[in-house]
Design a protein around this ligand. Sequence first.
Ligand SMILES: Nc1ncnc2c1ncn2[C@@H]1O[C@H](COP(=O)(O)OP(=O)(O)OP(=O)(O)O)[C@@H](O)[C@H]1O
Length: 207
Amino acid sequence: MEISLQVTDLAASYGPRTVFAQVSLRVERGEVLVVSGANGSGKSTFLRLLAGLQSPTAGSAHYHYAGEAWEPRSASHLIGWVAPDLALYRELSARENLRFFAKVRRVAIDDAAIDALLDEIGLGGRGDDRLAAYSSGMAHRLRYAYALLHRPPVLLLDEPTVTLDTRGAEVVDQVIARQRQHGIVVVATNDPRELRYADLLLQFGQP
Ligand SMILES: Nc1ncnc2c1ncn2[C@@H]1O[C@H](COP(=O)(O)OP(=O)(O)OP(=O)(O)O)[C@@H](O)[C@H]1O
């Protein structure tokens, strides 16, 4: 299925402070856009606009999928979102967290598919442990399973490898490589090692 992202003259402000303005770009299926810049330069804000979690001050972003144009705020079925502040339920197991989020997303997923997802992110065999017993890196891996539940054509990754060890970073490499085969990825990062993912680079200036 075709998927692309068109951003036109996008701007974001908080009160009188403009974070960025006049950002225009296009991301096609199979491409990774990396958004780079200093702390406070607007990377997370840009990603939140693409996720439809907040509205731009000017300009627009649209996904084109299956012959239709979708604004981010009505495109949650197209988007998988990973960010360090994405809350998971500590009192539930990994499997229960995924079942809960699948229900919220109205995705039908059975135990075998959950096991496959947990294997994919290197948490095979740990699905019945409560999140309270997970390390921060393990919890961050689980955010990838959450993002991939509905196999979305768009993955938005804010600080993708924060708290992850070498093996966790390899899992992210694999997730991005697989996503390239059928969709698009946008990565927000200030880790120079993650520039290697970029087919396209959006560089924000000093805040
Ligand atoms: N909810 C908010 N209200 C007011 N200002 C905000 C809000 N969120 C972000 N900002 C401001 O917008 C600017 C960009 O913030 P943003 O979080 O997008 O930057 P970032 O590049 O992701 O930073 P970091 O690398 O630290 O994650 C900063 O000056 C920040 O203080």
